[in-house]
Design a protein around this ligand. Structure first.
Ligand code: NDP
Ligand code: 2IT
Length: 446
């Protein structure tokens, strides 16, 4: 088996050189899915995983725009249309200076499995740009978004490819992107998700990813006869996903000790309560300042510059910032300190060595493609509401979100059961794979 996996990965690597993040995501899937394929006649011999790792289409384009000093700026825009076997391409847009082909291909690849797990009919895609919104004025962000959409609009559509937000793309950016799409196409359609509620957005979409991460953690805990109440939680990030993961933890009676950004993390020994969280939301979403400001207002808290929070003692860890933010050494420290549950809000935040340690030590570990699927799931519900030309209530959307997270957990149990342990990595990968593979086989070699 080792040999078959190695041969496959070598072949993928030859075709995708200098794409470490993409190879990392493919390796994690190959390790669990190839043994399953080899033992199942319907998939064996169909070159099905090789077809899945090859994007259906990769778009790369120039985004030229004029900044406030009237200088001409050039960025690169991308859209990876990875797989449309079970529905139109669906996935977020990331605006961050680190964005490159490897990162977007890993995200688009993960999205295939995640979207399949949601039970909704969505294919996999991802896009974005190396544009850095930090420090840019609102009008600069608007001009950038307009220029970006002026190319992207010809490739997307409500039945073709439906982008949404991700790092650096929140409600402000979705607004500017939607406005330009509507103007260019002269039509009001649900071509993006994460829209404002008064113009086609869904209630609970801003909260969905963070809430979903905690709903999933809850499912894992319940299955192990544990509960989140009174547990200590450390969270990384302080953006959209981290904020609402923190909110849900607090509301369920857990104690949230940390949040972070790319400059370091804050530790509050008293716990971050709802009032303190609202202060952080204002700090990050409106004033667009750094997390270190927190300790100026709450003096018992400490700011650890250029550090990640994994050295702090906790019961539950929720990595909600970015890829590869939690390595093998961090995993060792977490386990040593008694952490027994890790539910990923970010995409691929744990390195493969960290994941192997979690699994070996029987930690309740949920990979992002399962635990952060709540965001894209409510995006799918936003698309459904747009098609119906109707809006569901907060309660109705939240109920559907909870039931989707429960069903993802059940799929993981179905395919990930091992002796005395549920391997959620294996469960999520195989369950996500089966639905897409069956659709691809039914649709022939295309
Ligand atoms: P935001 O842009 O709202 O927040 C990102 C947060 O992560 C910020 O606190 C940011 O800090 C921090 N961060 C970003 N890059 C780095 C880095 N290189 N090193 C350290 N910290 C970093 O993004 P989201 O909250 O939407 O996304 C967070 C993660 O969740 C991403 O992995 C994303 O792919 C994933 N995700 C998002 C979904 C969504 O619906 N939004 C759905 C599913 C997954 P700073 O401000 O300093 O950059
Ligand atoms: O990684 C993700 O799932 C997202 N950024 C959300 C994608 C979406 O289409 O809502």
């Amino acid at each position: 088996m080792e040999k078959i996996i190695k041969k496959f990965l070598n072949e993928v690597n030859n075709r995708n050189q200098n794409e470490p993040e993409f190879m990392q995501a493919v390796s994690e899937v190959a390790e669990t899915v190839i043994p399953y394929i080899v033992n199942n006649d319907i998939y064996y011999g169909q070159n099905i995983l090789m077809r899945m790792v090859e994007p259906e289409r990769v778009l790369s384009f120039r985004v030229a725009w004029i900044d406030d000093q009237e200088e001409i700026q050039v960025n690169r825009g991308y859209r990876i249309e990875m797989n449309s076997a079970i529905g139109p391409y669906k996935g977020g847009l990331r605006f961050h200076p680190s964005v490159n082909l490897s990162i977007l291909k890993f995200l688009a690849f993960e999205q295939i499995f995640k979207n399949s797990l949601t039970t909704l009919p969505m294919g996999g895609g991802k896009g974005g740009s190396d544009f850095n919104p930090k420090g840019r004025s609102d009008t600069e962000v608007m001009r950038f978004c307009q220029s970006f959409m002026t190319e992207l609009f010809r490739h997307i559509g409500p039945n073709r490819d439906i982008p949404a937000g991700d790092i650096g793309v929140g409600s402000r950016e979705i607004g500017y992107l939607f406005g330009q799409y509507k103007r260019l196409k002269n039509e009001f359609t649900g071509v993006l998700t994460g829209k404002g509620v008064s113009w086609g957005g869904s209630l609970i979409r801003p909260e969905a990813t963070g809430y979903g991460v905690v709903y999933f953690a809850n499912q894992m805990l319940k299955n192990a006869s544990k509960s989140i109440k009174n547990k200590s939680v450390i969270i990384s990030g302080s953006g959209n996903v981290a904020q609402y993961a923190a909110e849900k933890c607090i509301n369920l009676g857990a104690k949230v000790l940390t949040l972070s950004d790319s400059s370091g993390f804050i530790f509050d020994p008293d716990g971050i309560n709802i009032e303190k969280l609202h202060y952080i939301m204002e700090l990050k979403n409106i004033k667009r300042l750094r997390i270190s400001e927190y300790v100026k207002k709450f003096s018992k808290a400490t700011f650890y510059k250029n550090k990640t929070p994994w050295s702090m003692k906790c019961d539950i860890a929720l990595p909600c910032a970015t890829q590869n933010e939690l390595n093998e050494i961090d995993a060792k420290v977490l386990i040593k300190n008694g952490c027994f549950c890790v539910s990923e809000g970010a995409n691929m935040p744990s390195t493969n060595n960290a994941i192997n340690l979690f699994v070996k030590n029987k930690i309740l570990y949920a990979p992002g493609k399962a635990s952060n699927a709540g965001g894209v799931a409510v995006s799918g519900l936003e698309m459904a509401q747009n098609s119906l030309r109707y809006n569901w209530s907060r309660e109705e959307v939240d109920e559907r979100l909870q039931s989707i997270m429960k069903s993802i957990h059940e799929s993981c149990l179905e395919y990930g059961k091992e002796k005395n342990y549920t391997n959620y990595v294996k469960g999520a990968n195989i369950a996500g794979f089966v639905k897409v593979a069956d659709a691809m086989l039914a649709q022939g070699v295309v």
